[in-house]
Write a protein that binds this ligand. Structure first.
Ligand code: IVH
Length: 702
């Protein structure tokens, strides 16, 4: 065999390719089929040779190289599936009082009288992964993961191996509808999880931290035969796109699911009112340890489907359902240090570095300390023994300090007044509306601050923003460090600028970033040159503008030019534009100020110009284009009797209308309830169409 040192680059590359291929196929045989074809010694020899090649020719190290991973590569190459009905998540309640508040919100929204009871359907919250299953004329045709709720991955083949997933719906009860999308949770039982890990230990395979991870890992395997061997199970609890709903309540529909051959969790039951629901929670919690699968709470759903319909959704979760999670798991450990992280908006967030400890099966080594006040209030110090808790996916928190174990020489923690990254002053701003000092200390460095600049870029490419595949936090940091990407527009010009050796090449070598990875990345970037307005607004990372507010702005301004030109005005026009912004139902002063400030900052103007030279922002599309009120502006006034104001508003927005708080020349409709006063007068002056409640409901087809 030629000594690696004597090889030319081409020879090395060719041998590297051959070896990589051989190792990958041995990996596949060993890990995926439990059927190795070479001896361990031979396998080790191949890997050693590969490593030698990469040591002498570092350019050969790519993320795909077998030296960069053990075992089979994570499943790639699943097709995408767009969910016609988005897959939502659930709001959480942490106490019985929060459950009662949830009921109160429902009653107010629906305008229920004091004697009318709201029945709930209580179901265990299964700790697994949600999946969507399409049935056409009763045949299973396609299955997908939840993904980001809008687009998931096509895992049809893997789902076919799930134990209690019928490939064909049974003809029982209500006839099978033409199209029925069942939704539910894929999970692994505790005994199957333990058996899998035992087998993995014996085979030198990957050990899973908990049944949920094991289910996730098993579901996304490229080899569907292995998925089938993992004994995954499924509970049905919801539905998506359907031609017909087989019942008038959640309980009726789930009873039909069972007749069709799906597993419905046996602990689910109807509760006549909230007090019964609270009791159901207690009973399920008592049973938790004895179940042979993990649950992490109880989900409550309004049982009547007509009410579910009317209640609708708020951004990503339904108004008609809530999850009451079980209390967090706790453990005691020592704080080894307190580190200050600087976020996208300059907020200084203290993080406790902990002596690693296992809490509920997961090793925890960091906990959030929230802010300066929290540290002072709990008197948290480095060296303290503390009680930490972890609830679901939430970042662990420090509950309390054990003062008896405090070291004698301990000192109160001094929160920095300068940014630990750029050295600028870090201040607590005065809230313009309340006049009070903010609890959060912020770095005043803006984009001069490396941390803020990098965090903004990370946010810009993140999943709910531009969602650039393969451009993760680590790569953004590397690109920033090398000066290759300093502002969002730079992301779109890397490819153009990647002509002279020296820029990307340097990073390629350091990050193990090969030709293939680079071309994939450029493709992912180019795929995002057309971006919907709401995503774009969210991506800008303006303070207080989360996904909900971004959508609200998109719906009201429709195009980016509109939004930008309106908010970059000066003088009197600026006043009018500001008033219009505040007029949007749901936008308060703090949010409005942050937006105006953003658009009037010179650096941001430049950033936007650069970016617009590279990408196209698609105009906001009203959710229902054929609705007669899409894009129209409506004002509600007076006391409404046919529906609560909140429901009127939600319905109008759902049909693509903008709801405003005051009358202007831009108002299309005024819906006047009893006792309408000055707005009615003003509407007449502006020639706005005035409708009664009933006329409005007729117009929107209700
Ligand atoms: S209902 C529109 N019911 O919890 C309602 N979700 O935190 C959508 N989950 O993504 C969800 N058990 O993965 C619902 N009985 C249950 C559930 C359940 C577990 C999961 C599901 C969802 C997540 C939301």
């Amino acid at each position: 065999m030629t000594d690696v040192k004597d090889m030319s680059a081409e020879q090395a590359k060719a041998e590297h390719q051959k070896l990589s291929h051989m190792i990958r196929s041995h990996d596949e045989a060993y890990y995926s089929h439990d059927a190795p074809v070479v001896s361990d010694a031979e396998y080790d020899r191949l890997r050693k040779r590969l490593l030698e090649l990469e040591t002498v020719f570092p350019g050969l190290v790519t993320p795909e190289s077998p030296t960069q991973s053990v075992g089979i590569a994570p499943a790639k190459g699943f097709g995408k599936v767009r969910h016609k009905v988005p897959m939502l998540s659930l709001d959480n309640a942490f106490s019985n009082d929060e459950l009662r508040e949830f009921e109160g919100r429902i009653r107010r929204f629906l305008g229920l009288g004091p004697t009318e009871e709201v029945a709930f359907f209580a179901e265990p919250k299964i700790d697994g992964l949600s999946a969507s299953l399409h049935y056409e004329n009763g045949q299973f045709t396609q299955g997908a993961t939840r993904g980001d709720g809008q687009v998931g991955e096509d895992i049809t083949g893997n789902l076919k191996g799930v134990v209690d997933l019928p490939l064909e719906m049974k003809m029982q009860g209500t006839p099978v509808p033409e199209l029925f999308e069942i939704r539910g949770e894929v999970y692994m039982s505790k005994p199957d999880f333990l058996a899998l890990n035992a087998a993995q230990v014996a085979n030198g395979g990957k050990i899973f931290a908990n049944p949920r991870n094991a289910a996730a890992g098993s579901l996304r395997l490229l080899d569907t035969a292995i998925t089938a061997s993992r004994n995954l199970r499924f509970f049905a609890y919801a539905w998506g796109e359907v031609t017909e709903v087989p019942g008038a309540t959640q309980s009726e529909v789930l009873a039909q699911f069972e007749k069709w051959g799906f597993s419905v969790n046996p602990l689910s039951r109807v509760c006549a009112n909230m007090e019964e629901a609270i009791d159901a929670y207690r009973k399920i919690e008592e049973l938790r340890a004895s179940l042979d699968y993990d649950i992490d709470g109880v989900v409550f759903k309004v049982n009547r489907l007509d009410w579910q319909d009317r209640l609708g959704f708020v951004s990503r979760s339904p108004r008609w359902a809530i999850a009451h999670k079980f209390p967090a798991e706790r453990a005691s450990t020592v704080i080894e240090g307190i580190e200050i992280q600087v976020g996208r908006t300059g907020a200084l967030t203290p993080v406790a570095r902990l002596h690693p400890v296992t809490v509920g099966g997961v090793v925890v080594s960091n906990a959030t300390l929230h802010n300066e006040e929290e540290i002072a209030r709990k008197d948290i110090r480095i060296g303290d023994t503390v009680l930490i808790q972890r609830a679901g996916d939430v970042i662990p928190q420090v509950v309390e300090v054990n003062f008896e174990k405090r070291p004698e020489d301990s000192q109160p923690f001094k929160f920095p007044t300068k940014c630990p990254v750029c050295g600028s002053h870090a201040v607590k701003e005065i809230n313009e509306t309340t006049g009070k000092e903010d609890v959060v200390r912020r770095c005043t460095g803006g984009l001069i601050c490396r941390a803020q600049a990098v965090e903004r870029l990370k946010h810009f490419v993140s999943r709910n923003a531009l969602d650039i595949d393969g451009l993760g936090a680590k790569l953004i940091e590397a690109f920033y460090e090398d000066g290759l990407v300093r502002s969002p527009a730079d992301i779109f010009t890397i490819e153009k600028r990647d002509t002279s050796p020296g820029n990307l090449t340097r990073i390629k070598n350091r990050e193990g970033f090969g030709e293939k990875a680079a071309s994939n990345l450029f493709k992912a970037i180019n795929d995002r040159r057309n971006i919907p307005l709401d995503r774009f607004i969210y991506a800008l990372g303006i303070r207080h503008i989360g996904q909900g507010n971004a959508r609200l702005l998109a719906r009201n301004y429709l195009t980016f030019e509109n939004l930008r030109s309106s908010l970059s005005q000066s003088g009197e026009a600026a006043g009018t534009a500001y008033a219009e912004l505040l007029n949007i139902d749901g936008i308060g002063a703090a949010v409005a100020n942050a937006i105006v400030e953003f658009f009037n900052e010179e650096k941001n103007q430049q950033m936007l110009d650069d970016l617009l030279a590279e990408i196209t922002i698609t105009d906001f599309e009203a959710p229902t284009r054929d609705s007669s009120i899409a894009g129209k502006t409506v004002v509600f006034t007076g006391s409404l009797e046919l529906m609560t104001r909140q429901e009127m508003k939600a319905r109008a927005e759902g049909l693509g209308a903008k709801v405003s708080g005051s009358i202007s020349a831009k108002t299309d409709y005024l819906v006047a309830g009893a006792g309408a006063g000055s707005k009615l007068k003003k509407a007449t002056e502006f020639g706005v169409t005035i409708l009664s409640e009933q006329e409005w409901l007729d117009l929107i087809g209700r």
